[in-house]
Ligand binder design. Structure first.
Ligand SMILES: [Zn+2]
Length: 342
Protein backbone atom coordinates (compact mmCIF):
# COMPACT_ATOMS: atom_id res chain seq x y z
CA UNK A 1 0.00 0.00 0.00
CA UNK A 2 2.68 2.43 1.13
CA UNK A 3 5.02 1.48 -1.68
CA UNK A 4 2.12 1.89 -4.05
CA UNK A 5 1.84 5.55 -3.12
CA UNK A 6 5.58 6.07 -3.35
CA UNK A 7 5.45 4.53 -6.82
CA UNK A 8 2.61 6.84 -7.87
CA UNK A 9 4.65 9.83 -6.71
CA UNK A 10 7.71 8.70 -8.61
CA UNK A 11 5.53 8.27 -11.68
CA UNK A 12 4.14 11.77 -11.16
CA UNK A 13 7.70 13.02 -10.87
CA UNK A 14 8.62 11.55 -14.25
CA UNK A 15 5.60 13.16 -15.89
CA UNK A 16 6.49 16.54 -14.40
CA UNK A 17 10.09 16.36 -15.45
CA UNK A 18 9.08 15.68 -19.05
CA UNK A 19 6.83 18.71 -19.39
CA UNK A 20 8.04 21.04 -22.09
CA UNK A 21 6.89 24.60 -21.73
CA UNK A 22 6.34 25.78 -25.28
CA UNK A 23 3.90 28.53 -26.13
CA UNK A 24 2.38 28.22 -29.57
CA UNK A 25 0.59 31.57 -29.25
CA UNK A 26 3.57 33.89 -29.16
CA UNK A 27 5.32 32.01 -31.96
CA UNK A 28 2.38 32.78 -34.28
CA UNK A 29 3.55 35.26 -36.96
CA UNK A 30 0.17 37.07 -36.97
CA UNK A 31 0.42 37.67 -33.21
CA UNK A 32 4.04 38.81 -33.55
CA UNK A 33 3.10 41.22 -36.31
CA UNK A 34 0.32 42.63 -34.15
CA UNK A 35 2.73 43.17 -31.21
CA UNK A 36 5.31 44.88 -33.44
CA UNK A 37 2.69 47.21 -34.86
CA UNK A 38 1.23 47.93 -31.42
CA UNK A 39 4.59 48.91 -29.98
CA UNK A 40 5.18 51.26 -32.91
CA UNK A 41 1.74 52.86 -33.11
CA UNK A 42 0.38 52.19 -29.60
CA UNK A 43 -2.81 50.78 -31.11
CA UNK A 44 -4.42 47.39 -31.75
CA UNK A 45 -7.25 47.85 -34.25
CA UNK A 46 -9.37 50.72 -32.92
CA UNK A 47 -7.96 50.51 -29.37
CA UNK A 48 -5.03 52.79 -28.47
CA UNK A 49 -3.01 52.82 -25.24
CA UNK A 50 -1.69 56.04 -23.71
CA UNK A 51 1.29 54.23 -22.07
CA UNK A 52 2.65 53.40 -25.48
CA UNK A 53 3.53 56.96 -26.48
CA UNK A 54 7.33 56.86 -26.35
CA UNK A 55 9.65 59.16 -28.25
CA UNK A 56 12.38 57.60 -30.41
CA UNK A 57 14.86 57.51 -27.48
CA UNK A 58 12.40 55.64 -25.28
CA UNK A 59 11.18 58.65 -23.26
CA UNK A 60 7.47 59.24 -22.75
CA UNK A 61 6.24 62.09 -24.88
CA UNK A 62 4.48 65.07 -23.33
CA UNK A 63 5.08 64.21 -19.67
CA UNK A 64 6.43 66.55 -16.98
CA UNK A 65 10.06 65.93 -15.89
CA UNK A 66 9.12 64.23 -12.61
CA UNK A 67 7.26 61.57 -14.53
CA UNK A 68 10.37 60.82 -16.60
CA UNK A 69 11.82 58.92 -13.63
CA UNK A 70 13.36 55.60 -14.69
CA UNK A 71 11.04 53.57 -12.45
CA UNK A 72 7.94 55.31 -13.72
CA UNK A 73 9.17 54.89 -17.27
CA UNK A 74 9.72 51.20 -16.58
CA UNK A 75 6.14 50.84 -15.32
CA UNK A 76 4.81 52.55 -18.42
CA UNK A 77 6.83 50.20 -20.62
CA UNK A 78 5.41 47.24 -18.72
CA UNK A 79 1.92 48.67 -19.12
CA UNK A 80 2.40 49.18 -22.83
CA UNK A 81 3.82 45.72 -23.36
CA UNK A 82 1.12 44.06 -21.31
CA UNK A 83 -1.70 45.99 -23.06
CA UNK A 84 -0.31 45.15 -26.49
CA UNK A 85 0.08 41.49 -25.61
CA UNK A 86 -3.38 41.28 -24.09
CA UNK A 87 -5.28 42.90 -26.95
CA UNK A 88 -3.28 41.16 -29.69
CA UNK A 89 -4.01 37.87 -27.92
CA UNK A 90 -7.74 38.64 -27.65
CA UNK A 91 -7.85 39.49 -31.34
CA UNK A 92 -6.00 36.33 -32.35
CA UNK A 93 -8.18 34.17 -30.13
CA UNK A 94 -11.36 35.72 -31.57
CA UNK A 95 -10.17 34.98 -35.09
CA UNK A 96 -9.31 31.42 -34.11
CA UNK A 97 -12.66 30.87 -32.42
CA UNK A 98 -14.37 31.69 -35.71
CA UNK A 99 -12.23 29.01 -37.38
CA UNK A 100 -13.13 26.53 -34.60
CA UNK A 101 -9.51 26.27 -33.43
CA UNK A 102 -8.58 25.45 -29.81
CA UNK A 103 -7.05 28.15 -27.60
CA UNK A 104 -3.25 28.16 -27.30
CA UNK A 105 -0.84 29.56 -24.72
CA UNK A 106 0.88 32.94 -25.03
CA UNK A 107 4.19 33.47 -23.19
CA UNK A 108 3.53 30.32 -21.17
CA UNK A 109 -0.01 31.32 -20.21
CA UNK A 110 -3.52 30.61 -21.41
CA UNK A 111 -5.63 33.46 -22.79
CA UNK A 112 -7.34 34.78 -19.65
CA UNK A 113 -9.98 37.47 -19.32
CA UNK A 114 -8.81 40.39 -17.24
CA UNK A 115 -10.88 41.63 -14.33
CA UNK A 116 -9.96 44.97 -12.69
CA UNK A 117 -6.65 44.79 -14.54
CA UNK A 118 -5.80 41.42 -12.96
CA UNK A 119 -4.31 39.04 -15.51
CA UNK A 120 -5.51 35.81 -13.89
CA UNK A 121 -8.35 36.84 -11.57
CA UNK A 122 -9.29 33.30 -10.46
CA UNK A 123 -5.71 32.48 -9.45
CA UNK A 124 -5.45 35.81 -7.62
CA UNK A 125 -8.67 35.12 -5.67
CA UNK A 126 -7.63 31.57 -4.78
CA UNK A 127 -4.14 32.72 -3.75
CA UNK A 128 -5.75 35.30 -1.47
CA UNK A 129 -8.01 32.59 0.02
CA UNK A 130 -4.98 30.34 0.60
CA UNK A 131 -3.32 33.24 2.36
CA UNK A 132 -6.40 33.78 4.52
CA UNK A 133 -6.58 30.06 5.30
CA UNK A 134 -2.93 29.99 6.43
CA UNK A 135 -3.54 33.05 8.58
CA UNK A 136 -6.60 31.42 10.15
CA UNK A 137 -4.67 28.19 10.71
CA UNK A 138 -1.75 30.01 12.27
CA UNK A 139 -3.95 32.07 14.62
CA UNK A 140 -5.84 28.99 15.78
CA UNK A 141 -2.52 27.16 16.31
CA UNK A 142 -1.35 30.11 18.38
CA UNK A 143 -4.50 30.06 20.50
CA UNK A 144 -4.27 26.30 21.15
CA UNK A 145 -0.57 26.55 21.97
CA UNK A 146 -0.58 29.53 24.32
CA UNK A 147 -4.13 29.65 25.70
CA UNK A 148 -5.57 26.13 25.66
CA UNK A 149 -2.59 23.87 26.36
CA UNK A 150 -0.57 23.99 29.61
CA UNK A 151 2.63 26.09 29.46
CA UNK A 152 6.06 25.74 31.03
CA UNK A 153 7.01 28.04 33.92
CA UNK A 154 8.61 30.64 31.66
CA UNK A 155 5.36 30.81 29.64
CA UNK A 156 6.80 28.72 26.84
CA UNK A 157 4.93 25.94 25.05
CA UNK A 158 5.87 22.31 25.69
CA UNK A 159 5.50 21.51 22.00
CA UNK A 160 9.04 21.29 20.58
CA UNK A 161 8.11 22.19 17.00
CA UNK A 162 6.20 25.39 17.80
CA UNK A 163 8.80 27.85 16.51
CA UNK A 164 9.33 25.76 13.37
CA UNK A 165 5.61 26.00 12.56
CA UNK A 166 5.61 29.75 13.25
CA UNK A 167 8.34 30.20 10.63
CA UNK A 168 6.39 27.91 8.30
CA UNK A 169 3.30 30.12 8.69
CA UNK A 170 5.28 33.29 7.89
CA UNK A 171 6.87 31.72 4.80
CA UNK A 172 3.46 30.45 3.61
CA UNK A 173 1.86 33.87 4.03
CA UNK A 174 4.76 35.43 2.15
CA UNK A 175 4.55 32.87 -0.64
CA UNK A 176 0.79 33.23 -1.17
CA UNK A 177 1.04 37.01 -1.05
CA UNK A 178 3.56 37.02 -3.93
CA UNK A 179 1.52 34.40 -5.76
CA UNK A 180 -1.49 36.75 -5.70
CA UNK A 181 0.69 39.67 -6.84
CA UNK A 182 2.29 37.62 -9.64
CA UNK A 183 -1.05 36.37 -10.95
CA UNK A 184 -2.44 39.90 -10.99
CA UNK A 185 0.52 41.32 -12.88
CA UNK A 186 3.14 39.13 -14.49
CA UNK A 187 6.37 41.07 -14.91
CA UNK A 188 9.98 40.00 -14.41
CA UNK A 189 10.10 41.30 -10.82
CA UNK A 190 6.81 39.77 -9.59
CA UNK A 191 7.65 36.49 -11.29
CA UNK A 192 11.03 36.25 -9.54
CA UNK A 193 9.50 37.17 -6.18
CA UNK A 194 6.80 34.51 -6.58
CA UNK A 195 9.20 31.80 -7.73
CA UNK A 196 11.77 32.62 -5.05
CA UNK A 197 9.19 32.59 -2.24
CA UNK A 198 7.82 29.27 -3.49
CA UNK A 199 11.31 27.71 -3.57
CA UNK A 200 12.07 28.96 -0.05
CA UNK A 201 8.74 27.65 1.25
CA UNK A 202 9.20 24.25 -0.42
CA UNK A 203 12.79 23.93 0.85
CA UNK A 204 11.78 24.91 4.36
CA UNK A 205 8.80 22.53 4.44
CA UNK A 206 11.07 19.71 3.33
CA UNK A 207 13.40 20.45 6.26
CA UNK A 208 10.38 20.62 8.57
CA UNK A 209 9.06 17.28 7.28
CA UNK A 210 12.42 15.65 8.04
CA UNK A 211 12.77 17.24 11.49
CA UNK A 212 9.23 16.34 12.57
CA UNK A 213 9.05 12.83 11.15
CA UNK A 214 12.48 11.82 12.52
CA UNK A 215 11.67 13.52 15.82
CA UNK A 216 14.76 15.72 15.70
CA UNK A 217 14.58 17.75 18.89
CA UNK A 218 18.23 18.48 19.48
CA UNK A 219 19.29 21.93 18.28
CA UNK A 220 22.68 20.82 16.90
CA UNK A 221 21.17 17.98 14.86
CA UNK A 222 18.49 20.32 13.54
CA UNK A 223 21.19 22.69 12.27
CA UNK A 224 23.14 19.81 10.76
CA UNK A 225 20.08 18.49 8.87
CA UNK A 226 18.88 21.86 7.64
CA UNK A 227 22.24 23.37 6.63
CA UNK A 228 22.79 21.44 3.36
CA UNK A 229 19.12 21.75 2.32
CA UNK A 230 18.98 25.49 3.05
CA UNK A 231 22.27 25.97 1.20
CA UNK A 232 20.81 24.18 -1.81
CA UNK A 233 17.54 26.17 -1.74
CA UNK A 234 19.38 29.50 -1.34
CA UNK A 235 21.78 28.66 -4.18
CA UNK A 236 18.82 27.78 -6.39
CA UNK A 237 17.08 31.08 -5.53
CA UNK A 238 20.26 33.00 -6.43
CA UNK A 239 20.56 31.00 -9.64
CA UNK A 240 17.03 31.82 -10.86
CA UNK A 241 17.33 35.47 -9.78
CA UNK A 242 20.80 36.44 -10.87
CA UNK A 243 21.81 33.91 -13.47
CA UNK A 244 18.97 32.40 -15.45
CA UNK A 245 15.30 31.67 -14.81
CA UNK A 246 15.27 28.23 -16.36
CA UNK A 247 11.62 27.12 -16.08
CA UNK A 248 12.28 23.46 -16.77
CA UNK A 249 15.06 23.23 -14.20
CA UNK A 250 13.10 25.23 -11.63
CA UNK A 251 10.10 22.94 -12.12
CA UNK A 252 12.31 19.88 -11.53
CA UNK A 253 13.77 21.35 -8.35
CA UNK A 254 10.33 22.27 -7.02
CA UNK A 255 8.75 18.93 -7.89
CA UNK A 256 11.60 16.95 -6.33
CA UNK A 257 11.33 19.00 -3.11
CA UNK A 258 7.52 18.67 -3.06
CA UNK A 259 7.44 14.94 -3.81
CA UNK A 260 10.23 14.25 -1.28
CA UNK A 261 8.27 15.85 1.54
CA UNK A 262 4.98 14.22 0.53
CA UNK A 263 6.76 10.86 0.51
CA UNK A 264 8.33 11.53 3.93
CA UNK A 265 4.96 12.46 5.44
CA UNK A 266 3.30 9.47 3.77
CA UNK A 267 5.86 7.00 5.09
CA UNK A 268 5.74 8.57 8.53
CA UNK A 269 1.93 8.41 8.58
CA UNK A 270 2.30 4.73 7.69
CA UNK A 271 4.77 3.80 10.41
CA UNK A 272 3.93 6.19 13.27
CA UNK A 273 0.99 5.75 15.64
CA UNK A 274 0.05 9.38 15.45
CA UNK A 275 -3.65 9.77 16.39
CA UNK A 276 -4.22 12.22 13.50
CA UNK A 277 -2.30 10.31 10.86
CA UNK A 278 -5.42 10.08 8.69
CA UNK A 279 -5.21 13.85 8.20
CA UNK A 280 -1.67 13.39 6.92
CA UNK A 281 -2.83 10.65 4.57
CA UNK A 282 -5.61 12.84 3.30
CA UNK A 283 -3.37 15.86 2.66
CA UNK A 284 -0.65 13.78 1.01
CA UNK A 285 -3.06 11.83 -1.17
CA UNK A 286 -5.23 14.80 -2.17
CA UNK A 287 -2.12 16.95 -2.59
CA UNK A 288 -0.68 14.34 -4.95
CA UNK A 289 -3.94 14.22 -6.93
CA UNK A 290 -4.04 18.01 -7.09
CA UNK A 291 -0.55 17.97 -8.58
CA UNK A 292 -2.04 16.07 -11.53
CA UNK A 293 -3.79 19.32 -12.44
CA UNK A 294 -0.41 20.84 -13.19
CA UNK A 295 0.29 17.96 -15.58
CA UNK A 296 -3.07 17.82 -17.37
CA UNK A 297 -3.01 21.53 -17.92
CA UNK A 298 -6.32 22.57 -19.55
CA UNK A 299 -7.33 25.97 -21.00
CA UNK A 300 -9.45 28.32 -18.86
CA UNK A 301 -13.18 27.70 -18.67
CA UNK A 302 -14.99 31.00 -19.43
CA UNK A 303 -11.53 32.58 -19.73
CA UNK A 304 -11.11 32.27 -15.96
CA UNK A 305 -10.67 28.80 -14.46
CA UNK A 306 -7.70 26.91 -15.86
CA UNK A 307 -5.92 23.90 -14.32
CA UNK A 308 -3.52 26.13 -12.37
CA UNK A 309 -6.37 28.15 -10.82
CA UNK A 310 -8.23 24.95 -9.86
CA UNK A 311 -4.99 23.69 -8.34
CA UNK A 312 -4.76 26.82 -6.21
CA UNK A 313 -8.42 26.33 -5.25
CA UNK A 314 -7.82 22.72 -4.22
CA UNK A 315 -5.10 23.69 -1.73
CA UNK A 316 -7.55 25.89 0.24
CA UNK A 317 -9.39 22.99 1.99
CA UNK A 318 -6.09 21.06 2.24
CA UNK A 319 -4.54 23.99 4.11
CA UNK A 320 -7.41 23.83 6.59
CA UNK A 321 -6.85 20.10 7.23
CA UNK A 322 -3.10 20.65 7.37
CA UNK A 323 -3.31 23.27 10.13
CA UNK A 324 -5.80 21.06 11.93
CA UNK A 325 -3.14 18.31 11.86
CA UNK A 326 -0.54 20.74 13.21
CA UNK A 327 -2.89 21.67 16.09
CA UNK A 328 -3.51 17.99 16.83
CA UNK A 329 0.23 17.38 16.80
CA UNK A 330 0.81 20.15 19.35
CA UNK A 331 -1.88 18.60 21.53
CA UNK A 332 -0.50 15.08 21.08
CA UNK A 333 3.12 16.00 21.88
CA UNK A 334 2.18 18.18 24.87
CA UNK A 335 0.10 15.42 26.49
CA UNK A 336 2.88 12.90 25.86
CA UNK A 337 5.54 15.15 27.41
CA UNK A 338 3.36 15.87 30.45
CA UNK A 339 2.57 12.15 30.92
CA UNK A 340 6.27 11.32 30.85
CA UNK A 341 7.06 14.08 33.35
CA UNK A 342 4.60 12.66 35.86
ZN1 LIG B 1 0.16 30.06 -9.19
Amino acid sequence: MLYGYVFVFLLLLCCFVNIIDASAGDADPLYRGCIRQCQETGCVGQKCFPHCTFSSDGEIVGRPWYMQEPLYLQWKKWDCQSDCRYHCMLDREKEKELLNLDPVKYHGKWPFKRIFGMQEPASVAFSALNLAMHFHGWVSFFIILYYKLPLKDEKKAYYEYASLWHIYALLSLNSWFWSAVFHSRDVDLTEKLDYSSAVILLGYSLILAILRSFNVRDEATRVMVSAPLSAFAITHVMYINFYKLDYGWNMKVCVVMAVAQLAIWAVWAGVSRHPSRWKLWLVVFAGGLAMLLEIYDFPPYEGLFDAHAIWHASTIPLTYIWWSFIRDDAHFRTTKILKKAR
